[in-house]
Design a protein around this ligand. Structure first.
Ligand code: GDD
Ligand code: MN
Length: 378
């Protein structure tokens, strides 16, 4: 055992970083296949598991006890494919890093070709691509094919068109290229490759190698509507995040929705039920506030969603903060109105000040942000 360690060079030449969530039935087979394809190359595999309920971490650590090439990073209380990949890369010192799924959908036999491609000097990334000649998506339902095509189209808003499979989760990268993108990554959601390209401060030199996406071995996909939402957050962050935090955009849009709720409730109470204006307006305000809180809790802060008792205390703090926001709104608007008499501008100024206040203070008190509000840690 010890002599084996002493004979090994200190630095693995290649690290394969594998994010996992509920993949206990796949990891052993993946390690077996890595041994088969990578053979004597000096490699290690770093699994980054988000404390999977199915015990993936324990399975990986078991493998690690018998095989020094296997390592396990277990994260507690966290979720997210991209952030898992980032932490996996940071946990290894290998100069070349491959990112790969655990479910065997990515063809491990491509790893050697990726490795060899780095003989070309100056190359930053080699991508396993489903959309170049010779590659394919395998047995996908038409709906998933269309969704993937659409997502790829949208992705081209933020990465070069000649990158044909920016949604790929299978690629090999030079560590140095990764590190220079690192401080600028959004780290939200599933699309780590897209994020790397969109965040790099210099143009990345890449090639794409074809492979065919295989069916999953065991377990099920984690791609759900939350992942889709996070993808839009990532796109928005890359498009406007430099100037406005994306959560503020979501918060603002939901605020507009609240105006709709307000008028609907006001109309129902005042006109349909015949209540006086003041109680109608009060009820409409409360409903709009509660509605906004609910939707923000579901969407804007889905990664920090409050549930149970915390839902109610969140509603209270949201209500208090927004009441102060409303006072600020009216104060600023009346001041502005007295200065130049243009009521639309005065109202907009009031709304903007109120919205910024509500956003900034609820981000801190209601959804307790210890990180920057613009970057989700989910
Ligand atoms: N640590 C961690 N945390 N791992 C995760 C999480 C998470 O929250 N969510 C998913 N994973 C792991 C899975 O366990 C799997 O190893 C890998 O990330 C991919 O997840 P899947 O659920 O299998 O995703 P998919 O097959 O639908 O999507 C894959 O293909 C897409 C191409 O259409 C991924 O590779 C995507 O990145 C890729 O875009
Ligand atoms: Mn998969």
């Amino acid at each position: 055992m010890h002599s084996e360690q002493d004979n090994r060079p200190a630095l693995p030449a290649l690290a394969i970083v594998v994010p996992t969530f509920n993949e206990h039935g796949n990891v052993a087979e993946l390690v077996r296949r890595l041994h088969r394809t990578l053979g004597e190359l000096d490699w290690e595999v770093v699994f980054v598991d988000d404390d999977s309920p199915d015990g993936t971490s324990a399975v990986v650590r078991n493998l690690a006890c018998r095989d020094r090439r296997v390592r396990c990073v277990q994260r507690l209380g966290r979720r997210g494919l991209s952030s898992a990949c980032i932490e996996g890369v940071l946990a290894t010192c290998a100069p070349l890093i491959a990112i790969m799924d655990a479910d065997l959908q990515h063809d491990e036999s491509l790893l050697m070709a990726m490795w060899s491609a780095f003989a070309e000097p100056g190359l930053d990334v080699v991508i396993g691509s489903r959309y170049v000649e010779g590659g394919g998506v395998g047995e996908w339902a038409v709906s998933r094919q269309l969704a993937s095509r659409l997502a790829t189209r949208l992705g081209h808003l933020i990465v070069p068109d000649r990158l044909q499979d920016p949604m790929s989760g299978f690629f090999m990268m030079r560590r140095e290229a990764f590190e220079q993108s690192l401080p600028h990554l959004s780290a939200v959601g599933f699309k780590i490759l897209l994020d790397l390209f969109a965040s790099s401060r210099r143009e990345l030199r890449f090639i794409e190698l074809p492979y065919t996406f295989r069916p999953r071995l065991a377990g099920e996909s984690k791609l759900d509507e939350q992942v889709a939402w996070e993808y839009f957050m990532l796109l928005a962050d890359k498009l406007v995040g430099r100037w406005i935090p994306v959560r503020f955009v979501a918060f603002g849009l939901i605020g507009l929705l609240g105006v709709g709720v307000h008028f609907a409730a006001l109309f129902a109470a005042h006109r349909l039920l015949g209540w006086d204006f003041v109680p109608s307006q009060a009820v409409a305000t409360l409903l709009a506030m509660a509605g906004n809180y609910t939707v923000n809790n579901l969407i804007t802060y889905r990664d920090r969603r409050r549930r149970g008792w915390a839902w109610w205390s969140g509603l209270l703090s949201f209500g208090l903060v927004c009441s102060v926001g409303a006072i600020a709104n009216v104060g600023v608007a009346s001041h502005q109105f007295e200065r130049d008499g243009r009521w639309v501008w005065a109202a907009l100024a009031g709304i903007l000040v109120g919205a910024v206040w509500n956003y900034a203070v609820t981000a801190f008190y209601t959804w307790g942000s210890r990180t920057r509000p613009s970057t989700a840690s989910a």
